[in-house]
Design a protein around this ligand. Sequence first.
Ligand code: ADP
Ligand code: MG
Length: 362
Amino acid sequence: MARIKLQDVHKHYGRGAAAFHALRGVSLEMYSGEFVALLGPSGSGKTSLLRAVAGLETIDSGSIELADDVVAAPGRHVLPERRNVGVVFQGHALWPHMTVFENVLFPLRESGLNEAQARPRVMEALAQVELQALAGRTPGELSGGQKQRVALARAMVANPRVILFDEPLASLDVELRRDMMRHIDQLRRPDSSMIYITHNQEEALALADRVAVLFDGCIAQIDTPVRLCREPQTERVARFVGAGNLLPARRAGTAHNGCSQVALGQYHFSARDTSTGVSETLQLCLGPTAFALVGPDAPGLTVRVEHVFFQGSSYAVDAVLQGALAVSLSLVLPFETQPRRGDLLRLQVRDAWVMPGPPGSA
Ligand code: ADP
Ligand code: MG
């Protein structure tokens, strides 16, 4: 059963000639328990979409269903408190004068429980985020990460059918992010779905079952993290998710079993290809780890190393392809390779993806 269903949702801000079309026909179906990340650059409409699902914003056309309830449609707008949705905002938005316990108690109070009935559920929610010991403190006595964990507990305590996250990690430092990602991952329930908004591709890919990439108020692609990286449908998606290097190549054979022979200069290799195109020119997507270092006389590509960034157990390398096509490539090479600036490396391509659209398509 689809737990969340958005159909052709449109949203304008303002009216007439000055109106801004923030959501341009967003459709999305999520299943019970699914975790979908909405990934897009700033201004792409992520918060607008989340506010529309939460009921904090009306929509102009289309519809939103949560479980089997139509909560938004032309002439219908169910109020936020009646949608059974939990929200975690970037700036946790805790009530400063209430204790941690009272903050988490609040949604249960709203739903009509008294404190005695609600207490075990509040303590259970606090246990989930390892904060039972701090139940009596006020937000002013907590660190940033602890406050954000209280916000998580508050969002989930009433067993909402949907939990919405709007860039919950944006204000935390790198160490706390990983810790919070563990806590968020632990909140997953078969009966409550999650929509997680972020402009950070790492968070989206790490946490979500599926990632929806949002550009200019439209979903450009929705797929599992692995497919999004291995099979981006457009160049813009490929760039935004960091799927790899895009470079023009030639088709050197017809597609067979989902693969085609392609050529970069004199070097021929196999690429995954689901395009129906027969054009001779095509755009290839080569992931950063798609390359293997080989001897100087083996068939392959020659690149010159321009920059080397040590990453603890591997090297991120910027290199320039030698020959007629002097494009830049971003590679990740294993520790043993010890690349140095100025080195000429011979590389074979172990994995490549033929972009489905014609070269240069958005
Ligand atoms: P994101 O969360 O992806 O950064 P938003 O949904 O906040 O994007 O905003 C999408 C676009 O809509 C932006 O261009 C923003 O300026 C505009 N916008 C958002 N809220 C309003 C508003 N209340 N009034 C007018 N324009 C708005
Ligand atoms: Mg936003």
